[in-house]
Write a protein that binds this ligand. Structure first.
Ligand code: AHR
Length: 492
């Protein structure tokens, strides 16, 4: 019998709801044919797909990153404002496409308003200039009688958008990036961008461009940008056809968060920096099947992938003091929980943990003690390039525990990575008792390969109630599942 032990006094910190953030990029059918589909009977008169909007709402994303991604490094935001029919149609070099510019800054801001989410803009540090970046801040946030603020007004948007979050370029380290730089050159350039952007609006918060959180690039960038930024970004995509490799690879995010936190602590200490710097995990997901060079970039997810996504979220919860923003890449069609056609949409398997976590996790993260069988990746056949540090052993049950501030309810998120066996566990509570009607939500399917499509929904959520009382209760977590348990607590 496994054991999960929770103590309301062992609080790790507060869960920042911005870790449920999203990301949309001008890539494949994410924007055009995804969230924006002019002329479709499923869209409103402005072009926003209403069915997509309805499907996104339950994910309760507090923050949405745009416009890229690799796309941003060739994107001139001025192409995407003003009358749509006058906007230039451009060659798009990041994804080898054409960009109509019919969805631009004002359309994105309106989308954020409709969705009830905060915009997070990433500026072009590839072909873009610092003048252009500062002008974008002025267009969005300017309140004075100046050119870009007045242009926004002239285009019908009187008040400022007050965009708080701004990214200093995207993946500037990668040879695939338009205008890639060495870490030292990036720091030099990003400092100048940061200065003029903050001077344009001192209220904005800046995100420096990190790599995986543990690389030499991250060290140089954290040290060089610490005085200028509020966040350091990290990107991680994992995935494998081999179930165990797939569900355990997200643990690399733990190394990213541990290492980057140490690098940040060191830089702040050495440089006497008083303002906090947190991690913005602004791209993460399972992604390994489809690359655009080989055709359409539209990843289809299975149950195993849903477990991997839930594991990422558990890690973000456990490292809540380090990671304050996270953006699932991406929201629609490309590598996303929602998949559309011109006639409708279906929810991919990964949608279910995303929704359950956003709806149910509470504001305080607890340090749960887990005692269960473990699994290591030694000998697994996988295309994933394992390093010794990534082999494990890992707990078969991955757990995040949260409660409300008053400690009247515990919400546990438990991923059972065992593909074949349910795991029975005793859930124990120190110094208080469970009391009353509990609810469980299980993301389940027939096998790790179970998938969803327009035709079949093989992976869904099963909900049921149960009574929990006293110091402990037993629960069997089904094979290959994600379970969210909401249990009331009675204080002594
Ligand atoms: O999200 C897809 C791509 O992955 C983004 O454009 C890029 O930043 C990353 O490499």
């Amino acid at each position: 019998m496994a054991k999960i032990k929770v103590d309301l006094d062992r609080r790790i910190g507060e869960l920042d709801r911005r870790v449920f953030g999203g990301f949309i990029e001008h890539l494949g059918r994410c924007i055009y044919g995804g969230i924006f589909d002019e002329g479709s009977p499923l869209s409103d008169e402005r072009g926003y797909r209403e069915d997509v909007l309805e499907a996104l709402r339950p994910l309760r994303m507090p923050i949405l990153r745009w416009p890229g991604g690799n796309f941003v490094s060739g994107y001139h935001w001025t192409d995407g404002i003003g009358p749509r029919e006058k906007r230039p149609r451009r060659m798009e070099l990041a994804w080898h496409a054409e960009e109509s510019n019919r969805f631009g800054t004002d359309e994105f801001m309106e989308y954020c308003r409709l969705l009830g989410t905060e915009p997070y803009l990433c500026v072009n540090m590839g072909t873009g200039t610092m003048d252009e970046a500062a002008a974008w801040v002025e267009y969005c946030n300017g309140t004075g009688d100046t050119y870009w603020a007045n242009l926004r007004r002239a285009y019908g948007h009187e008040g400022p958008y007050s965009v708080k979050y701004w990214g200093l370029g995207n993946e500037m380290y990668g040879p695939w990036q338009i205008g890639a730089l060495s870490a030292e050159d990036y720091v030099k350039k990003a400092r100048e961008f940061a200065k003029v952007m903050k001077w344009t609006d001192p209220e904005i918060e800046l995100v420096g461009c990190g790599l995986n959180g543990w690389s030499e690039w991250d060290r140089v960038v954290i040290e060089g940008l610490a005085p200028f930024v509020d966040y350091h970004s990290v990107h991680l995509y994992t995935g494998s056809d081999d179930h165990w490799s797939n569900v355990l690879a997200p643990h690399q995010a733990e190394r990213a968060l541990k290492t980057s936190q140490t690098l940040i602590d060191r830089a702040r200490y050495e440089q006497g920096i008083e303002h906090p710097i947190h991690i913005a995990y602004d791209e993460w997901n399972v992604w390994f099947r489809e690359r655009s060079e080989e055709g359409v970039l539209e990843e289809r997810y299975n149950l195993s992938d849903a477990l991997a996504v839930a594991t990422y979220l558990n890690i973000f919860a456990r490292y809540c003091n380090t990671v304050r923003i996270a953006n699932l890449a991406q929201m629609v069609n490309v590598i996303a929980p929602i998949f559309t056609s011109k006639d409708g949409l279906f929810l991919q398997t990964i949608y279910h943990p995303l929704r359950l976590y956003a709806e149910n996790l509470r504001e305080v993260v607890l340090d749960a003690h887990v005692d269960c069988e473990t699994h290591d990746l030694e000998g697994e056949t996988s295309p994933w390039p394992h390093r010794v540090a990534d082999l494990g052993p890992f707990d078969v049950l991955d757990v995040a525990a949260t409660c409300d501030a008053a400690g009247t309810e515990i919400v546990l998120a438990v991923v059972n990575r065992d593909p074949e066996n349910g795991v029975s566990a005793t859930v124990q509570l120190a110094d208080a008792g469970f009391g009353g009607h509990a609810t469980s939500y299980e993301v389940v399917g027939e096998s790790p390969k179970a998938t969803n499509s327009f035709k079949d929904q093989e992976v869904g959520v099963s909900e049921r109630g149960f009574e929990a009382s006293g110091k402990s209760f037993e629960y069997t977590f089904p094979a290959c599942s994600v379970t969210v348990l909401r249990v009331p607590v009675i204080q002594p």
